[in-house]
Design a protein around this ligand. Structure first.
Ligand SMILES: CC(C)(COP(=O)(O)OP(=O)(O)OC[C@H]1O[C@@H](n2cnc3c(N)ncnc32)[C@H](O)[C@@H]1OP(=O)(O)O)[C@@H](O)C(=O)NCCC(=O)NCCS
Length: 169
């Protein structure tokens, strides 16, 4: 298997929860989780491109061996962009996304990344709260960035210096 960004092995968050890089073998489970989180999944071609991109960190969160969440980062030099994070609806509200995100920050830092950037829909209060609780700050707003069925929605721009431990508990 090709070497990927981040350590290759499984990384335990607790007895039953672990994080490991996703591979093409996880494609079908990933499509199910992405559709559960977002209502639809990306094309197989798009998912396969990310899963085989050595400059991407595509981390899966497993509970008792089942994929229940994931986070996708792309990296350029010492910066990463959080492209997407999701936790299966039946598993939300248990601190899983927070644990996954902080675990990914450690992996990224070990690979020389010091700053993570993201943009999020202004209406996505769950995600914005998650980002605040994991050390992100708001940098600005991109007006009307996202399309809506009946108009446009702002993007909130956020970033996190992952070389400094998060202060929020
Ligand atoms: C956003 C998402 C990943 C959060 O996952 P989660 O596992 O439920 O989040 P956690 O349980 O780890 O919560 C992390 C923090 O965010 C807060 N939070 C989570 N959901 C929240 C909600 N609906 N409203 C307010 N705060 C919320 C929690 O209170 C927690 O703060 P705490 O540390 O003070 O307890 C999940 O809701 C999801 O998959 N949403 C759909 C996909 C999505 O919108 N992804 C983000 C954009 S790419």
């Amino acid at each position: 298997m090709k070497s990927r960004l981040g350590p290759p092995g499984r990384n335990r968050l607790s007895d039953s929860i672990s994080v490991r890089p996703l591979s093409l073998a996880d494609l079908n489970e990933l499509k199910v989780i992405q559709a559960d989180c977002f209502g639809s999944h990306w094309s197989e071609a798009q998912l396969c491109a990310y899963l085989s991109n050595e400059r991407a960190l595509f981390a899966g969160l497993f509970q008792q061996g089942l994929l229940v969440g994931y986070a996708l980062f792309t990296t350029v030099l010492d910066e990463a962009e959080l492209q997407q994070i999701g936790v299966a609806r039946s598993c939300q509200g248990q601190g899983l996304a927070k644990g996954l995100l902080l675990n990914c920050h450690r992996q990224l830092l070990n690979n020389g990344v010091v700053r993570v950037l993201l943009e999020v829909r202004a209406s996505n209060s769950a995600a914005i709260e998650l980002y605040h609780r994991t050390g992100y700050q708001q940098d600005g707003v991109r007006k009307g960035y996202y399309p809506l069925p009946d108009g446009r929605e702002d993007a909130v721009l956020m970033s996190c210096d992952i070389s400094t431990p998060a202060t929020a508990d």
